[in-house]
Ligand binder design. Structure first.
Ligand code: NOJ
Ligand code: NOJ
Length: 650
């Protein structure tokens, strides 16, 4: 399997001779900047001209900040960091929430539009309707279009258009460009396959709509459902506004391909939204569920009845699987099934806000923002960043802090992210919308610790909006949510530009500049704070099947035979890399029959066209005695028909 480039290894790539030159340069630069910092601090507020000058110089200095990650000399590093802190202080904003929203709203909108082709100010070369992730072309090179980022950005724009926030014809044209661009992109053959063999799982493309062919963490299975969600939202609005022809002719064909892909592949592993872990991922599962649920409703609406049963059945299966990410011992959502981390991850907070359906109330089956599980998870996630970032030190345990992707992150040194901190605010704004609408809020044993942050003596129970407890809690939670926005505000340079990350010790922006997703996430958080309610997607009153169907692919029988002599009390077992072979569990391994001794055999139904590894093992009186020697055995099941494998114990 191809892996994404490891951030650490990328950094240490430079040949030694180059590195020496660079370091001397860095040394000189950082000393200058250090002095600059001292001077600026002394001369702060002398005049606005000077302030402007300082800003320009500091912005110039920022251009080199990503290099900080490459610096392995501890002394130089700390001088550099000190200087950066001065710059951060010069550039950061001390504003009220209203001031920040006032100024940042338009900056963020301009920022988004600048990154969309064909005429975006910072995206020359991008085809019409193509979102670049960021204009940054090196360290990191983000001048590509990601299916995930693009879908989330357009979901924001489509919501703005359909909810009446921006009804300009230029925005309408822009959204139609997205539809056209995705129609082309879906057909581009790429390293994940063709349109019909898995190519829709390709995470990113060149901005001229050609395939990106270098190695990467692929496939990523959240792209197709996210794109479907955006386009279904648009399609529903178009139908309600008498443009069904455009929907059936142009939008639906794109949606259908994404839904078919999702219905077929949801149960296979893929890389998570951070492109690092290949396993099953909460965010991916959540958006797959939502897309098929909404897709079934749209299919019904436009008379595509034959598809409805299939989409709905898979949506039920996914909803069932979705529940398995909840850790009742940890009281939070474990974001990935693989990866060996705590599982506390912005993945789950993003999943919750992108699953928001005000009509579903505080439903925990779909992890609605105000559900007890999502609130408990919010606390676990935010708390994971309190002690690991210096910029969070000294902040009370019930006040907002900067957050990042996940606490174990090392990408660019594992810094704070604007979009994750904004998401922490947005979840709470969403929750407030629902509590107000339903006129009460509920504290359960699951969410008790979350609510105790705001009232240390609160007990479980339901509090009506007429009670003072409701008033106190909602006011405190609103202030808490605003706190996350204000943390981002504090580390937003005064020109309002939002990069991908800001430094965990200094607050200095770093990694990709002008990240489109940073701007979009800021705008969606602001919209939720204002009480904007995105269209419902059908999350209300869903029933979780009592038995999860884990694999929806058709099955084919495979007969495993192995010639093996055994002693009395000994039997031969089989295990392997797929569910049907018990995922390498020696305990659950399948016992073979000895009817044709010394040939042992078993027939197992496995999913069609699936690659897997397997091995035989011996157990003496139920206890594992020996495994076969390496390497693992390998088989790919056929698309149909019986297979018989004839092995000899080794
Ligand atoms: C690793 C990062 O964590 C991931 O998010 C990024 O997309 C890839 N490297 C490529 O830069
Ligand atoms: C890295 C992030 O981890 C990933 O989620 C994103 O899609 C790309 N950068 C592009 O913004």
């Amino acid at each position: 399997m191809e892996k994404p480039p490891r951030p650490g290894s990328l950094i240490r790539q430079h040949p030694p001779h180059e590195r020496g030159g660079r370091l001397i340069l860095l040394g000189i630069l950082s000393s200058i900047v250090f002095l600059m910092g001292v001077i600026f601090r002394e001369t702060a507020d002398i005049s606005s001209v000077l302030v402007k000058y300082k800003e320009e110089l500091c912005l110039f200095y920022y251009a080199s900040v990503n290099r900080l990650q490459t610096l392995h000399l501890p002394r130089m590093r700390s001088i550099w960091l000190t200087a950066l802190t001065f710059c951060a202080a010069v550039l950061s904003q001390s504003v009220t929430i209203d001031q920040y929203i006032d100024s940042e709203s338009s900056i963020a909108k301009v920022g988004v539009l600048a990154n969309i082709g064909p005429s975006g100010a910072k995206s020359s070369g991008a085809k019409a309707g193509v979102v670049i992730a960021s204009p940054s072309t090196s360290d990191p090179d983000y001048l590509y279009t990601w299916t995930r980022d693009s879908a989330l950005v357009y979901k924001m724009l489509i919501d703005q258009y359909t909810l009446g926030e921006d009804i300009s014809s230029s925005l309408r044209g822009n959204i139609d460009n997205y539809v056209s661009a995705q129609t082309i992109l879906q057909q581009v053959s790429n390293p994940s396959g063709t349109v019909s063999t898995g190519g829709l799982g390709e995470p990113k493309f060149n901005i001229d709509l050609t395939a990106f062919t270098a190695s990467w963490g692929r496939p990523q299975r959240d792209g197709p459902p996210l794109r479907a969600i955006s386009l279904i939202t648009y399609a529903n609005w178009l139908i309600a506004n008498s443009n069904t022809t455009y929907v059936t002719g142009k939008v639906w064909p794109v949606i259908k391909l994404d839904l078919d892909y999702t219905a077929k592949h949801w149960n296979q592993s893929g890389f998570d939204l951070w492109e690092e872990v290949s396993s099953r991922s909460f965010f991916t599962t959540a958006v797959q569920h939502r897309a098929l649920r909404q897709g079934a409703a749209l299919a019904t609406k436009i008379g595509q009845n034959s598809l409805v049963v299939g989409y709905s059945a898979q949506a039920d299966n996914i909803l069932c699987f979705l529940q398995s990410y909840w850790s009742s011992t940890g009281n939070y959502i474990t974001s990935n099934t693989g990866g060996g981390r705590s599982g506390k991850d912005a993945n789950s907070v993003l999943a919750s806000i992108h699953s928001f359906d005000a009509a579903a109330g505080c439903d925990s089956r779909t992890f609605q923002p105000c559900s007890d599980k999502a609130l408990a998870n919010h606390k676990a996630y935010v708390d994971a960043f309190r002690s690991i970032y210096t910029i969070n030190s000294g902040i009370a345990a019930n006040k907002a802090v900067a957050t990042g992707r996940y606490p174990e992150d090392v990408y660019y040194g594992g810094q704070a992210w604007y979009l994750t901190t904004a998401a922490a605010a947005e979840q709470l704004y969403d929750a407030l919308i629902v509590w107000k609408a339903q006129g009460s809020l509920q504290v359960t044993s699951t969410s008790l610790a979350f609510f105790r942050q705001f009232s240390s003596s609160i007990q479980t129970g339901t509090y009506a909006s007429s009670t003072s407890t409701f008033a106190t809690l909602t006011a405190a939670i609103k202030e808490y949510a605003d706190g996350f926005i204000l943390v981002n505000a504090k580390y937003t340079p005064s020109n309002g530009a939002l990069a991908e990350q800001y430094h965990r010790n200094t607050g200095v922006p770093l990694s990709a500049k002008d990240l489109t997703w940073s701007y979009a996430s800021t705008l969606t958080a602001f919209a939720s704070r204002k009480g904007f309610i995105p269209a419902s997607w059908g999350a209300k009153d869903l029933v979780v099947p009592s038995v999860c169907v884990s694999n929806q692919l058709p099955m084919v029988p495979v007969t495993f035979t192995v010639v093996a002599s055994t002693v009395w009390g000994e039997s031969i077992y089989l295990t392997g890399s797929i569910d049907e072979l018990k995922n390498w569990s020696p305990t659950d391994a399948l016992i073979l029959s000895s009817t044709s001794y010394p040939t042992w055999s078993i027939t197992v139904n496995v999913p069609v066209s699936t690659k897997f590894d397997y091995k035989f093992l011996r157990k003496a009186n139920g206890v594992v005695s020996t495994w076969e020697s390496d390497p693992n055995r390998f088989f790919q099941s056929p698309a149909s028909g019986n297979s018989v494998l004839s092995d000899t114990w080794r």
